[in-house]
Design a protein around this ligand. Structure first.
Ligand SMILES: *Cc1c(COP(=O)(O)O)cnc(C)c1O
Length: 343
């Protein structure tokens, strides 16, 4: 059934390609808790190099990688500054509080790009009355701001501020691949603006599972124990790391295709009476319902009944994400169904 659907719910819905499955089946493996799995080792080295960091560590999820970073950079009873619509704030089950004992201090931004000025205002003065700020978090691309790219100068400004205040920066780069492709900026340039970076293989790169945390080798050595403590020690995990290596070879250079389809989907939606959509920087289209008689839950189920899956994203808004398993025909189909529903 799902095979016949145009599935725009997320770029996490992709099914591993035949070649990826073969690479997984043939992966050279060993116990990665007892020692080192050779395929994981290759993936970690490769991602560290791509990001220009000393080391990287393979995690089962982006959430766990982000939370390991929060634990590593902070101490209980302190505060981390983050963007108000960020994943770390909304979609990680208050893990910063639960696991790290850290309070998050959300800062509102335009399109997910925090300004140094607003972040500076959120950093605590270090007096007797306030908690201590121990970390700055940024997200790029920004998911809930419609896959927006935080431009390199904005990232540099935050890094500059962090240096002045001797604070570490963690970059939630779940979709940093998309940011780099869209901005024509290298992964390394973006990640040079942060001390640690989370990247996800399970989004646009089409892997079934997997994220990495990259940073300085001493910190990544500590991250190993934090991961173990969080239940993220995995044994013959080269089976899934092999998917990551395959994805870097085959799926990294094609992200512009997803961006182009998202652009067409946004322009097409925007041209329909009752809908508004901005052309996204990358692969996430936010479709605003502008007519009184339209609501996101009803629209999503009407679309589903006609073979198109999207997710409601707050009042009067739908989220549609392009990815490996959505072709030009899928975008056409979505626009056709939207047009029929609105007629
Ligand atoms: C998907 C995502 C994550 C990590 O999600 P997991 O489902 O835990 O892998 C982190 N940050 C952002 C911005 C994401 O979109």
């Amino acid at each position: 059934m799902r095979d016949k659907m145009v599935d725009l719910r997320s770029d996490t819905v992709t099914r591993p390609a035949v070649g990826m499955r073969r690479a997984m089946a043939e992966a050279d493996v060993d116990d990665d808790v007892l020692g080192k799995d050779p395929t994981v080792d290759r993936l970690e080295r490769r991602v560290a190099e791509l990001l220009g960091k000393e080391a990287a560590l393979f995690f089962p999820s982006g959430t766990q990688a982000n939370q390991a970073a929060v634990i590593l950079h902070t101490r209980p009873g302190s505060e981390a500054v983050c963007e108000a619509e960020s994943h770390v704030f909304h979609y990680e089950f208050a893990d910063a509080a639960w696991l790290a004992g850290v309070q998050l201090h959300p800062v509102v931004s335009d399109r997910g790009s925090l300004t140094a000025r607003d972040v500076a205002a959120a950093i605590r003065p270090g007096d007797r009355h306030h908690p201590t700020t121990t970390l700055l978090c940024v997200e790029n691309t920004h998911n809930m701001h419609g896959g927006s790219v935080v431009p390199l100068p904005a990232m540099r400004a935050i890094q500059e501020l962090a240096r002045e205040r001797s604070l570490p920066v963690h970059l939630d780069g779940a979709r940093l691949w998309n940011a780099a492709a869209a901005a024509g900026v290298s992964l390394e340039e973006f990640s040079s603006c942060a001390d640690t970076i989370t990247v996800c293989l399970s989004k646009g790169l089409g892997c079934p599972i997997g994220s990495l945390l990259a940073g300085p080798s001493d910190l990544m050595a500590e991250a190993w124990s934090v991961r173990k403590r969080l239940g993220g020690g995995m044994r013959q995990v080269g089976i899934i790391a092999a998917a990551g290596l395959w994805a870097l070879d085959h799926n990294l250079d094609r992200l512009d295709e997803d961006h182009e389809r998202a652009r067409r989907l946004a322009l097409g939606s925007d041209s329909l009476d009752g809908l508004r959509a901005e052309v996204p920087d990358t692969n996430i289209v936010m479709i605003h319902l502008e007519r009184e008689d339209l609501d996101e839950e009803t629209m999503a189920s009407e679309l589903e009944a006609r073979g198109v899956l999207v997710l409601p994203a707050g009042p009067g808004r739908l989220r549609a994400v392009t990815h490996l398993d959505v072709d030009d025909g899928g975008v056409d189909r979505c626009l056709e169904v939207l047009s029929g529903l609105l007629a």
